[in-house]
Ligand binder design. Structure first.
Ligand SMILES: Nc1ncnc2c1ncn2[C@@H]1O[C@H](COP(=O)(O)OP(=O)(O)OP(=O)(O)O)[C@@H](O)[C@H]1O
Ligand SMILES: [Mg+2]
Length: 306
């Protein structure tokens, strides 16, 4: 079941195009990550999908409702939770009062709301400070309150714009685990992130965005298709004779750093032994050989640069 669907979704601010003809679908129960450099249009995309700003062109639906239909907007708002890129809490209210205030905007049973506030505040280690004004909170604590706020009305679809920015590793892990728990409940999560490691760990699929959508696939497929596989050879010593011998065998990309050679492979089973022969034939001594696939980071940098 498709929960989020964009079809040529576009946003222009004056003459500048922030988001250019995005088309993608997110299935129910999926964790979909949007990855892209600063200014790529991640926040703009989420704001359009959450009906906070209007689109310029194209279509999108959330939970089957059209983001540009007036009657649908309220329905979308009710079924989503949002962690904004800026926390936007009332500084003079306590954390608990903030959560109560925002939670009551949804037609959600009061008792359940209080139960959820307590559950998630405890989970994120905020409960002891529940009555303190948010103004006295650290950045990361405010961020955690913003995450709790997005969860307390048990939304079907969760939009999270860099939810772990400002968080320490432990708190980040709690958020990631929470996302995975929500996924188990078949909730749909749309996550903007800069954190490649995070995207790789929790996203079922990743969209690489740079104003336009450059690629959408599982982390594994992105690595395999775009990064390709490579073999790393650690030598006792690397010289130009060895380099020439390797390049003669392997017209593709060969990276050399200190005594390490990294070679892109299309068929490592066949090519790795060939390179070993070339190195040995040129008088090189091999200390180790290791096959790796490109990391998501390499894939990302390559995609975004192109
Ligand atoms: N209200 C606005 N008015 C004019 N331009 C805007 C507005 N909001 C965003 N932009 C522009 O749209 C582009 C995309 O911005 P956006 O905030 O969506 O990027 P992002 O991918 O979320 O970046 P970051 O990783 O820094 O959060 C940027 O060039 C930005 O300057
Ligand atoms: Mg942003």
């Amino acid at each position: 079941m498709v929960m989020i669907k964009a079809d040529g979704l576009t946003k222009r601010f004056g003459n500048a195009t922030a988001v250019d003809h995005l088309s993608f679908q997110v299935q129910k129960g999926e964790v979909f990550g949007l990855l892209g450099p600063n200014g790529a249009g991640k926040t703009t995309t989420v704001r359009m999908l959450c009906c906070l700003i209007s689109k310029t062109e194209g279509n999108a639906s959330v939970g089957g409702f059209d983001i540009s239909e007036k009657e649908d907007v309220m329905k979308i708002r009710k079924m989503i939770g949002i962690v904004h890129d800026n926390v936007g809490l009332y500084e003079s209210l306590s954390a608990y009062e903030n959560l109560e205030f925002f939670g009551r905007m949804y037609e959600f049973p009061e008792l359940k709301l209080h139960e959820n506030i307590e559950k998630y505040m405890k989970m994120l280690d905020l409960w002891e400070r529940k009555d303190a004004p948010v103004a006295s909170f650290s950045k990361g604590m405010k961020q955690k309150v913003a995450v709790v706020r997005a969860l307390v009305h048990e939304p079907e679809i969760l939009f999270m714009d860099e939810p772990t920015a400002n968080l320490d590793p432990e708190a980040s892990k709690v958020i990631r685990d929470t996302i995975l728990d929500l996924k188990k409940e078949n909730r749909t999560i749309f996550l903007n992130t800069h954190n490649l490691d995070e995207a790789q760990r929790i996203c079922d699929r990743i969209g690489v965005l740079n104003t336009r959508m450059i690629a959408v696939d599982t982390p594994e497929n992105l690595e395999a298709a775009i990064g390709g596989r490579r073999t790393t050879f650690v030598l006792e010593e690397l010289n130009s004779r060895i380099m020439d011998a390797v390049r003669a065998r392997m017209p593709r990309e060969v990276h050399a750093l200190d005594n390490t050679l990294s070679v892109e492979m299309s068929d490592p089973d066949k090519e790795t032994p060939e390179i070993v022969n070339a190195i040995v034939g040129a008088g090189g001594k091999i200390k180790s050989v290791k096959e790796t696939s490109a990391s998501l980071e390499e894939v990302y940098l390559k995609l975004v640069k192109e």
